[in-house]
Design a protein around this ligand. Structure first.
Ligand code: MSP
Length: 535
């Protein structure tokens, strides 16, 4: 029996600036999975939010002239909420690490790890990268210059008396978990990178400083007013806060029992180390009488690749960021969602461009899918007075064979978050349907009364392929998919109950070939996508 619930998270993005397309990419990827899981009949908890603490926030607010980092957070928060609304992101919660519920959870977590003996006060001197909010061992710095191995910026020597998290004591347990659970870090290439460069490296899982003395902006260490909790130790806990951790209210405890552990943390590969090593180590160290081996670990950490602009990682600080509002306005929300997941194989780096989105708009969306729908509906109107005909069995029918093979391939790809494979499967079905129209030439069959049965079967199969394509594309392009189903004769809201959930049967059943009901009246509408000359 598959689980009835599904808890998916995005990273909590730094609240030091407004979102760009790289952030939107991860949130859209999570939204597609949330909608897909709802369509499969699961109850979904989809969490996103903002990371509001740390030196980076402190620095950004000073540079931008705010009196406190909190004011900067208040200022940018609206833009993030607006972005997710504009992009049809169906998150169920939006967490800010400055909220009281989170401060309470973070302190409780810290105290539990401390009581279990995994936190120790030590004096420390090390090379710190403010941009990545990370101390780096000497051996990992890029030379010459002692640069941060991640962002290649200069590091600075910092000396403080801090609380240390004794992560090294958990290295063997982490290694054992990663090896016993290949599904824990996905895709596979990401796991191999992680094992090679960190877990099996001598200085990969070292004890780390998890408090800051020099910084005032953050969550205070329980029992020590002079220190705040390190931003990553604080931020990772958000996933548990939102599920109810830290509250003694019975309703919150029940919520926590229901949702934790998360089914998947979707993140960029740039922060894989924190999610696949530090976070599980923190959870293993959070022990008490009830949890002698620590808290349950998330089931999967999925690291996406990075969106590049002309081969360079897109980021605000590099000045090459694309504004998601601009592309959503110029091309449409569904088109943007589709393009990002079609163009860049999920889990791998890839470049995007205006020429690329414009080409896919005209070819795949307007021509292949949109035209197929318009033609099929028009022919049903012409040859069958708009009523979906029944199909008599047609042995060896090419489109039926493609349609029957579709669902298993699509479902496997979606479960594994191989969105590019799922979309390729849908477009292969659409291409097969287009070829089928050309091969069958219904306009010729219509002229020969002895072909009436074949004509009915042909039109039925075309409409059936379009019904299946509409269902399968809905997590990616919710509005366009609904419009396509309306043209096939479904009333608005008849197929979907909202936020991707299906009415009636779950997606795996709805995708089975033969689900189309003869007798339903098709309804010609506006073209799904109007072909455009882009200037
Ligand atoms: N605040 C931390 C995350 C804490 S999670 C407990 C953080 N924030 S971030 O805003 O810098 O980046 C978060 C995520 O945004 C990345 O992991 C990645 O998913 C996404 N991206 C940021 N730039 C991106 C690209 N250029 N391309 C793809 N994703 C990008 O790290």
């Amino acid at each position: 029996m598959p689980d009835k619930t599904f808890f998916i998270t995005t990273p909590i993005y730094y609240a030091n600036d407004v979102p760009h397309i790289g952030h939107a990419y991860c949130s859209i990827g999570a939204d597609v999975q949330a909608r897909y899981q709802r369509a499969c009949g699961r109850e979904v908890f989809f969490l996103t939010g903002l990371d509001a603490h740390g030196q980076k926030m402190d620095k950004a607010s000073k540079e931008k002239g705010y009196a406190s980092p909190g004011m900067l957070v208040d200022e940018v928060k609206g833009r993030w909420l607006e972005a997710w609304k504009t992009l049809d992101i169906t998150n169920d919660d939006f967490i800010l690490t400055t909220e009281e519920r989170h401060k309470r959870a973070a302190r409780k977590f810290f105290s539990a790890v401390q009581a279990a003996g995994f936190i120790e006060k030590r004096s420390y001197k090390g090379n710190y990268c403010v941009h990545e909010e990370t101390f780096w061992p000497e051996t990992q710095l890029l030379q010459p210059g002692g640069l941060c191995p991640d962002c290649k910026r200069p590091t600075q020597v910092m000396e403080e008396t801090n609380y240390f998290f004794k992560q090294s004591a958990l290295a063997d347990a982490l290694r054992a978990h990663l090896k016993a659970h290949p599904e824990f870090v996905q895709p596979d290439a990401r796991r191999n990178e992680l094992l090679g460069s960190y877990l099996d490296a001598e200085d990969g899982v070292t004890d780390i400083s998890i408090t800051r003395q020099s910084l005032k902006w953050g969550i205070g260490v329980p029992g020590d007013d002079g220190q705040v909790i390190y931003v990553w130790f604080d931020a990772l806990i958000n996933y548990m806060t939102a599920a109810g951790y830290g509250s003694d209210e019975p309703a919150d405890k029940a919520r926590f029992a229901k949702w934790w552990p998360a089914d998947v943390h979707l993140i960029g590969k740039d922060i894989l180390r924190f999610h696949a090593l530090l976070w599980p180590a923190m959870l293993m160290a959070n022990r008490d009488a009830e949890h002698p081996l620590g808290q349950a670990l998330p089931k999967r950490v999925y690291g996406t690749g990075l969106i590049m602009n002309e081969g360079v990682k897109m980021s605000k600080s590099l000045g090459n960021a694309i504004d998601p509002f601009e592309w959503a306005r110029d091309y449409g929300v569904d088109v943007l969602r589709y393009y990002l997941l079609r163009e860049v194989a999920f889990g791998y780096d890839g470049s995007i461009s205006k020429a690329g989105i414009e080409k896919r708009f005209n070819t795949e969306l307007a021509n292949d899918w949109g035209n197929l729908l318009s033609r099929s509906v028009a022919m049903t109107e012409k040859f069958f007075a708009a009523v979906t005909p029944a199909a008599a069995p047609q042995p060896g029918d090419a489109l039926e064979a493609a349609g029957r093979a579709f669902a298993p391939a699509y479902l496997a790809a979606m479960d594994g978050m191989s969105y590019h494979d799922a979309l390729e499967a849908v477009f292969a079905l659409i291409r097969a349907a287009n070829k089928y129209v050309d091969d069958k030439a219904p306009w010729k069959l219509a002229k020969d009364p002895s072909c009436a049965g074949e004509l009915a079967g042909t039109m039925n199969h075309l409409l059936e392929a379009l019904r299946i394509a509409g269902l399968a594309l809905a997590p990616f392009m919710p509005a366009a998919a609904e419009r396509s189903l309306e043209q096939l004769g479904y009333a608005p809201g008849e197929v979907f109950a909202g936020r991707g959930a299906l009415r009636g049967r779950p997606l795996a059943e709805a995708l089975a070939w033969g689900g189309l009901e003869p007798g339903r009246k098709v309804k010609k509408g506006e073209p799904l996508f109007m072909r455009k000359e882009f200037s």
